[in-house]
Design a protein around this ligand. Structure first.
Ligand code: ACO
Length: 355
């Protein structure tokens, strides 16, 4: 095997000889998604069901959020189960045996347990015994963060591939008596196998990650290890671990930060908004999606929407969206896909992908 350096472009080549002919394998300076997978529970919770649980109406939920139904995992299903289901599908498509996985990077806001990392439990379940496994806490932005961390590890030569998993059981941290939040969330998992791209101009063309911890109180989930364990029952109820959100403020920041991410990745890649084939945004609220698409000048016919069927599944929304869009042929070889997200932290991120 010999190296054919190519300093003019950012690509370099490893050649091999086959029947006396030199066959180049281009290794670019980015990564590509080799495969995707997803899993959602079969149990459906409709708006009509919620009308019987809290003081709300299906009309209000649809008008304010675009959500019609969401999936809810059974009590005995955890994020490790869910993440493994999505991972199995992605590994199968990639033709990658779990023992060949170099890294498992998991995004979850709802771990089955706080120690060890969910990624380690997924590693053990998959039998990916050669991998390093760790979690990322990026809330809804976690999967795009994971993709970017995998990109850095691969391009720095530390690993050759990574399994990026988002697995979220939002139903477990939802206060089912709080109408302001319980109508929004659902459960899902998504996954992708990534490796160095072997075709120039294909793969992740640009990535962007930001955070603003000063806005953390807008969307958070107690308790914390900084607080002593409460002995008073009322205090326990107050700190019961459900998600708390200042919806209107989060809404404004969501639109602002997703638009910023759109500009950042397109500018980085030197690509016009007109060239984007499909926008796969975080699915929190149809009005946030529409505002982002309008800003990006991308018609809703070029936007992947599944918030109506799944609600907000936190960091799982983008890998699930990618997988579904591929399955129905909305993402094909060469498609230019723009992904933008925001979440608790606040965090926000974007990535531009040429499939
Ligand atoms: N049914 C009926 N009425 C409701 C409901 C409900 N489910 N929820 C709230 N209301 C009422 C409120 O009490 C309020 O009544 P009031 O005017 O008498 O006080 C009224 O509806 C309007 O409430 P707003 O909060 O102003 O409604 P808004 O149009 O902002 O919609 C929503 C609320 C859907 C939560 C919206 O603000 C939103 O989507 N925010 C962003 C949420 C989000 O994206 N979260 C991301 C989470 S990301 C992560 O990391 C998990």
């Amino acid at each position: 095997m010999e190296l054919w350096g190519d300093g003019a472009t950012k690509a370099w080549s490893i050649g091999f000889t086959f029947h006396d002919q030199e066959v180049p394998v281009v290794a670019t300076d980015t990564i590509r998604l080799v495969s995707t997978g997803m899993w959602t529970p079969s149990r459906v919770l409709t708006n009509a069901d919620l009308e019987r649980m809290v003081d709300t109406t299906s009309d209000w939920i649809v008008e304010r959020t675009g959500i019609h139904e969401r999936r809810i995992a059974d009590d005995d299903i955890g994020v490790v189960d869910m993440g493994c289901n999505a991972a199995h599908e992605a590994l199968a498509e990639a033709g990658l045996d779990p023992s060949g996985v170099d890294a498992i990077i998991v995004s979850t806001a709802t771990p089955d347990r706080l120690l060890p990392a969910t990624a380690c439990d997924i590693q053990a379940r998959l039998g990916a015994n050669q991998a390093v496994a760790f979690d990322l806490w990026g809330a809804c932005s976690g999967w795009l963060y994971a993709l970017n961390v995998a990109r850095g590890l691969i391009l720095s030569g530390q690993i050759e591939n990574a399994l990026c998993v988002a697995t979220e059981k939002m139903s477990a941290i939802t206060d089912w008596t709080d109408r302001a939040t319980c109508v929004l969330f659902g459960d899902a998992a998504g996954a992708a196998v990534v490796q160095r791209s072997d075709r120039e101009g294909r793969g992740i063309l640009a990535s962007y990650m930001r955070s603003d911890g000063s806005l953390a109180e807008l969307l958070h989930r107690p308790p914390s290890s900084a607080q002593p364990i409460p002995i008073d029952i009322a205090e326990i109820a107050h700190r019961n671990g459900f998600i708390r959100m200042a919806g209107r403020e989060v809404f404004k920041n969501a639109v602002r930060s997703m638009c910023e991410a759109v500009d950042a990745v397109l500018e980085q890649a030197g690509i016009s908004k007109d060239d984007v084939d499909l926008l796969v945004p975080h699915q929190a609220n149809i009005r946030i999606i529409e505002a982002t698409a309008k800003y990006a000048n991308i018609g809703m016919d070029r936007v992947w929407v599944n918030v109506d069927r799944y609600g907000n599944t936190s960091s799982a929304t983008i890998p699930v969206g990618l997988h579904e869009a591929r399955q129905v042929g909305r993402i094909r070889d060469g498609s230019l896909v723009l992904m933008v997200t925001f979440g608790a932290g606040l965090t926000w991120a974007g990535a531009l992908l040429r499939w």
